[in-house]
Design a binder for this molecule. Structure first.
Ligand SMILES: Cc1cc2nc3c(=O)[nH]c(=O)nc-3n(C[C@H](O)[C@H](O)[C@H](O)COP(=O)(O)O)c2cc1C
Length: 178
């Protein structure tokens, strides 16, 4: 039987992204019987357009919705740009409004910001949009785990303390899927 999937969605498309390193590390830490899948298609999604949000949907949107529908839970990690979530991530979430795939879906996030504002604006807006789509935001699985760039080696975080914090977040999210 296929393993239940935790879909990992990064708000950064940047090479060397801290948020991507967080999710690559999370993928390694996800416990059985779950498995982690990184959503790689953020950059290729078309700009949201209500006129395109009908059959036949753009192929990349079909894939996005199928990946969300197939997931037991979603876990986000995203930078803050100009005080809010990146446009690319908001665009992805706008494409979820027209499908019911996120409805009641357990969602969490890991905020690795080390900035003075703690990227509060991006996660406030992420929470607003997820709740708008009727996702089940699991408060205990929405955590700040500051990560310095020098703690990333080969696209992974090897600091045991950080890995333990990530593992606790994952456990709270997977618990919410049962
Ligand atoms: C255009 C732009 C705007 C940014 N705005 C903010 C901001 O409002 N708040 C903040 O804390 N960091 C801001 N940053 C810094 C990024 O959030 C930070 O570099 C983050 O680590 C990038 O994430 P990534 O490493 O996953 O790509 C901004 C960066 C860029 C390029």
């Amino acid at each position: 039987m296929a393993k239940p999937v935790i879909l990992l969605v990064c708000g950064s498309v940047r090479e060397g992204s801290t948020n991507a390193a967080v999710l690559a590390t999370v993928k390694e830490l996800i416990p059985e019987p779950f498995t982690g899948e990184i959503f790689e298609g953020l950059r290729e999604l078309p700009m949201f357009d209500p006129d395109l949000d009908r059959d036949p949907l753009p192929a990349k949107v079909v894939t996005l919705r199928a990946r969300i529908a197939n997931a037991a839970a979603l876990l986000f990690s995203t930078p803050e740009y100009a005080g809010a979530m990146p446009g690319a991530l908001k665009n992805l979430l706008e494409w979820t409004v027209g499908g019911a795939e996120t409805s009641a879906k357990p969602c969490g996030w890991i905020n690795p910001s080390t900035g003075p504002s703690g990227a509060a604006g991006t996660y406030a807006s992420l929470g607003v949009v997820l709740r708008y789509t009727d996702a089940a935001v699991i408060t205990d699985a929405c955590v700040a785990v500051p990560v310095m760039r020098n703690q990333i080696v080969g696209g992974r975080i090897d600091d045991e303390g950080i890995r333990a914090q990530l593992a606790r977040c994952i456990a709270r999210l997977t618990a919410a899927t049962r």
